[in-house]
Design a protein around this ligand. Structure first.
Ligand code: NDP
Length: 244
């Protein structure tokens, strides 16, 4: 779809302050979308909105706080006329061995990755149903596989996958639902891991990650640009040398 065909279309992106979310905002803005950037770090999304222009707005919102998401949706309605695309990207990956010491991390991952996406979609659903629109859920390879040390993170992504397939059937053809499942992508994601030994190990893999957030954003933009009669439901993508 050319950028002129997207003029007036509005994309809401959660977790737009860094990584895949920020890159997706840049890609969709380049394709002509007006973007609403949601995240907790207001300075970052304000700077990105100023960089993008074309009606981009920065909306501080913690996806675990339904009132904040409702306020964000109201701003999107009032200032941009409603959402045509929602990208549920906000997430945390707080890996570590399964133990009670990590229990706060488990709750944080379920609340942001899974409940946050569900809540944001539930709040924006009326705007999305108001014409041909798209829901993009950022899952992970961890939504298709599981390994020692990533159990609750994998549980949130497996949960996203099941919920997405159910929604796909429920919302078609008005809302196309697309699940994106990246492997290792070079972002700040592992820097937030609280279990020190795990963080160091995971960081080593990320230090050499060949796939950039911009490459995931290109794939998202490609899926969105397909004609309305074609829905790309699921994309699993890894660095070419990633085994599991
Ligand atoms: P980043 O850490 O760069 O981005 C995560 C984003 O989520 C940030 O913008 C952060 O913003 C936001 N976020 C986290 N918690 C909340 C919250 N409670 N409310 C609102 N926003 C929140 O990592 P990535 O770009 O890599 O991650 C984006 C998504 O991609 C995640 O869902 C992740 O699981 C997924 N993914 C990443 C992979 C990778 O290898 N990088 C691989 C597979 C999937 P702020 O802190 O400002 O709120």
């Amino acid at each position: 779809m050319s950028s002129s065909q997207n003029q007036g279309r509005v994309a809401v992106i959660t977790g737009a302050s860094s990584g895949i979310g920020a890159a997706t905002a840049r890609a969709l803005a380049a394709d002509g979308y007006r973007v609403a950037l949601l995240a907790r770090r207001l300075d970052r999304i304000e700077a990105l909105a100023a960089e993008l222009g074309n009606g981009a707005i920065a909306v501080p919102a913690d996806v675990t706080d339904r009132d904040a998401v409702v306020a964000a949706a109201q701003r999107v309605q009032d200032e941009l006329g409603g959402a045509d695309v929602l990208v549920n990207n906000a997430g945390v990956m707080l890996l570590g061995p399964f133990s009670s010491e990590q229990r706060q991390d488990y709750r944080a991952m379920v609340e942001a990755n899974l409940l946050g996406a569900i809540t944001t979609t539930e709040v924006f659903l009326d705007q999305l149903k108001d014409g041909g629109s798209d829901l993009i859920n950022i899952s992970s390879v961890a939504g298709r596989t599981a390994r020692a040390g990533n159990g609750v993170y994998a549980a949130t992504k497996w949960g996203l996958n099941g919920w997405s397939e159910s929604l796909r059937q429920e919302l078609l053809p008005d809302v196309r639902v697309t699940l994106i499942e990246p492997g290792v992508v070079d972002t700040e994601l592992p820097t937030h891991i609280t279990h020190e030994a795990t963080r160091q190990g995971v960081q080593q893999a990320y230090d050499v990650a060949p796939v950039k957030a911009e490459e995931i954003a290109e794939v998202i933009a490609f899926a969105l640009a397909r004609p309305r009669h074609l829905a790309i439901n699921e994309i699993l993508l890894r660095p070419a040398d990633q085994l599991g």
